[in-house]
Design a protein around this ligand. Structure first.
Ligand SMILES: Cc1cc2nc3c(=O)[nH]c(=O)nc-3n(C[C@H](O)[C@H](O)[C@H](O)COP(=O)(O)OP(=O)(O)OC[C@H]3O[C@@H](n4cnc5c(N)ncnc54)[C@H](O)[C@@H]3O)c2cc1C
Length: 449
């Protein structure tokens, strides 16, 4: 095997695959290696089972400020245009209705004001009254006894939008397209990186668990939850820790909701409010979730005690990390939320508790409609900044300026994959003295400057 490459990307999830594509298609870098520990691409958070399959453009995500929404929309549009231009309609990208709903006077007031602010960012964003919602998403209005729920309900959203994505299929497509253009690039599956070391030629040698070696002038680490352990092994990011928060889903019959339904966020809570998302990989079911369960695992596995992580203990067993977590738990809203989410995982009781929250979206939901989606969901590797003593809720990047960069990409990392790939490509070409045809990248992805 010729093991000398210009760039090695560690991690074949959506972030790694998008970077592999962008570097292959739009730069003059010839030799790129994509190293993935699993036997297939996008098998962890980016798998069709792992996430909520949503292009989070900010229009209905009530936890985003207008500023964040405007930023996320640029990245979301890139992903949408990519999928449409490659003919992935109804294969990876799907069109459906999507609504953010406000329930009760306080939320209706919030949603009305939010709509006024957000319609300037989102062309064609529509406002819906309770009567209108009853026609387009009847189960949101129908109460337990069949009559309309008593509270007022309003919504902001779209009757049709390319808003659902199978990110696993998209990841595979990125790699297929990259290989069409750049025949010298290679994908290595079953390549679990255990060591990244500077070598004598000024680059890095990346070693796998089974002792294979890849040399690269630049290493981009897009290893999801494992990016931080790999960074700390290499001597970077020592001021960071990780709070892994698993998200699970419940299934309900697909006949209940016609499209995506998002609820108003409690601003105190760090994770997005429960939402309903028609599944695009399994027909006839809708996912409700994700829940938010802090657990000592960097990746979910089918067994409760499987994948418990020694690496994580090394990263997190520090006063700084514990202080941030304890400070969070001082707030009673957060504490209740954390314990409630733990109970959602319990057999028998979990479903009975979860239905109370789920009825906010579908008031007539019955216990027999709910099934715990076993094997679905993944871990969100939320980063704790021990220096700033806070939980970072978005993505985090460790730039070393030494030819190695580490990305941690919790939600909406899948939506931002091409936006992140653009940033990394700019850094890599500068470091390697190569060129990035960014005008063509923007033109192909319909980016209006
Ligand atoms: C419950 C849940 C719901 C979500 N919903 C959405 C959503 O609707 N929309 C959205 O945009 N985002 C969503 N997200 C976030 C999104 O799934 C992630 O941001 C995204 O998948 C991250 O992609 P990634 O490629 O960075 O990481 P991953 O998909 O986790 O990929 C990392 C890859 O690195 C590999 N790897 C790890 N360690 C090594 C190693 N040592 N050697 C080699 N390979 C290694 C892993 O096997 C994996 O394939 C959700 C996340 C969760 C958990």
């Amino acid at each position: 095997m010729n093991n000398d490459f210009d760039v090695a990307i560690i991690g074949g999830g959506i972030s790694g695959c998008a970077a592999f594509y962008t570097l292959s298609e739009y730069t003059d870098i010839k030799k790129i290696a994509l190293l993935e520990k699993c036997d297939k691409l996008a098998n962890i958070s980016s798998s069709s089972k792992g996430n909520s399959q949503t292009i989070h453009d900010g229009s209905i995500e009530t936890n985003y400020t207008a500023m964040k929404a405007a930023k996320v929309k640029i990245a979301a549009d890139k992903v949408m245009h990519y999928a449409l231009s490659k003919g992935l309609q109804n294969k990876a990208i799907f069109k459906m209705q999507k609504l953010a709903i406000g329930i009760g006077d306080i939320e209706c007031d919030f949603m009305t004001k939010r709509h006024e602010e957000f319609k300037g960012i989102f062309d064609g964003l529509r406002f819906f009254t309770k009567d209108e919602i009853k026609k387009i998403e009847p189960k949101v209005i129908e109460g337990l006894d069949g009559s309309d729920r008593v509270e007022n309900v309003v919504a902001s959203g779209y009757l049709e939008s390319w808003c659902a994505m199978n990110f696993e299929k998209l990841s595979q497509n990125f790699v297929e397209e990259a290989k069409k253009t750049n025949k010298e690039s290679e994908v290595f599956l079953n390549f679990k990186v255990i060591k990244i070391k500077e070598n004598a030629s000024g680059g890095y040698t990346v070693t796998s668990k089974d002792n294979r070696e890849i040399n690269a002038k630049f290493v981009l680490v897009n290893a999801g939850s494992y990016s931080l352990p790999l960074a700390q092994h290499a001597g970077y990011g020592k001021d960071l820790a990780c709070l892994p928060v698993a998200g699970s889903f419940y299934f309900v019959p697909g006949t209940l909701l016609r499209g995506k339904v998002y609820a108003v966020q409690n601003p105190k809570l760090p994770f997005a409010a429960l939402h309903g998302d028609p599944d695009v990989a399994i027909s006839g079911v809708t996912r409700l979730g994700p829940t938010a369960l802090a657990m000592p695992k960097l990746e979910r596995s089918k067994y409760l005690f499987g994948n418990m992580n020694g690496e994580l203990l090394k990263i997190d067993f520090k006063i700084g990390a514990l202080t941030v977590v304890l400070n969070l738990l001082k707030d009673s809203d957060i504490r209740n939320y954390v314990f409630r989410n733990m109970l959602f995982e319990l057999p028998y009781f979990g479903k009975r508790l979860f239905i109370k929250d789920a009825r906010k979206i579908i008031p007539s939901l019955k216990l027999e409609d709910l099934t715990y989606a076993k094997g679905f969901g993944e871990v969100r590797p939320q980063v704790i900044d021990m220096g700033a003593k806070k939980l970072e809720l978005g993505e985090k990047k460790i730039i070393t300026n030494k030819g190695i960069t580490f990305n941690m990409t919790p939600s909406p990392g899948a939506t931002s994959c091409l936006g992140n790939a653009e940033v990394d490509t700019l850094e890599i070409v500068k470091y390697l003295n190569k060129t990035f045809d960014i005008d063509r990248f923007y033109k192909d992805l319909n980016v209006v400057l």
